[in-house]
Design a protein around this ligand. Structure first.
Ligand SMILES: C[S@@+](CC[C@H](N)C(=O)[O-])C[C@H]1O[C@@H](n2cnc3c(N)ncnc32)[C@H](O)[C@@H]1O
Length: 254
């Protein structure tokens, strides 16, 4: 980014009370991809000093969790976890905060300390982005959204494919507030695909209840599956015939 544009976002952030220029990148990403809505539960990985957390809190007004290895000074309405996003113990702490409900959006602007060795820095950036993707898969609600920063390089196409495997729509985006010559790019995934069940696969289930419209209700990996012509308490073999965001339909195998 030319110096005058960098100064522009820097001064704007200072004037408007944001902790980083990066705040404007999240504003642009969220607006363009309709990522954060009122009431969204947002988890921000690699969040220090907190510019993205401020924007996420403004846009959602709901629960926002910021995570970083570095300390983050208190932000009203934001819960902070100090931890390494590559560790399972950190993901567990996030889970405890958002409980079973899950997150609507996982963001990751984490960046390694740059060494100046391009392929090394690229590999470390891909490693962080992959940790963010694994975390997103564990904590996002089905249908949830994801945005992650990556430094471009030869491992980028393989990373894009990994994200494509789990979200309905995946795009790469370079916000205006990013430096022009910067190799950073954001990968945005909209609508996490539910993989609790597989289409066409057979399962043995027990009908736990009967829904308002008379369908049997079973659960597979916490996902509600509606089964026609089933009675409460019976155990049957079903095949998954349709998967929606928060539930699925199964048919009895005679
Ligand atoms: C560019 S800054 C994030 C700026 C932030 N989005 C904002 O608007 O204020 C990148 C952050 O990633 C953090 N980071 C790098 N590796 C990390 C890791 N393994 N776990 C947690 N945070 C990490 C760094 O400490 C740094 O604070």
């Amino acid at each position: 980014m030319p110096r005058d544009r960098r100064d522009y976002f820097y001064k704007k952030a200072q004037k408007e009370g944001y902790r980083s220029r990066a705040a404007y990148k999240l504003k642009q990403i969220s607006e363009r991809f309709n990522l954060i809505n009122k009431g969204s539960i947002v988890v921000d990985l690699g969040a220090a000093p907190g510019g993205w957390c401020q924007v996420a809190q403004e846009l959602s007004g709901g629960k926002v969790v910021g995570v970083d290895i570095l300390p983050i000074k208190e932000i009203e309405g934001v819960e902070i976890i100090k931890g390494d996003i590559r560790l399972d113990s950190t993901v567990e702490k996030i889970r405890e905060l958002i409980k079973k409900e899950g997150a609507d959006v996982v963001l990751c602007d984490a960046a390694p300390n740059l060494s100046g060795n391009w392929s090394y820095d690229h590999a470390r950036s891909i490693d962080l982005a992959s940790s963010a993707l694994e975390c997103a898969k564990k904590i996002l609600k089905p249908g949830g959204g994801f945005a992650v920063k990556v430094f471009q390089g030869d491992m980028f196409p393989a990373f894009m494919n990994k994200v494509r495997g789990r979200f309905k729509k995946v795009q790469a985006f370079s916000p205006q507030a990013s430096r022009k010559q910067s190799a950073e790019i954001y990968v945005i995934g909209n609508h996490l695909i539910n993989d609790a069940v597989k289409l066409g696969r057979e399962y043995t289930v027990t009908i736990e209840d009967i829904g308002a419209d008379g369908d049997g209700i079973a659960k597979i990996n916490d996902l509600v599956v509606f089964v026609k012509r089933a009675t409460k308490g019976e155990t049957l073999k079903i095949r998954i015939r349709e998967i929606k965001t928060k539930f699925a339909f199964g048919e009895v195998i005679p």
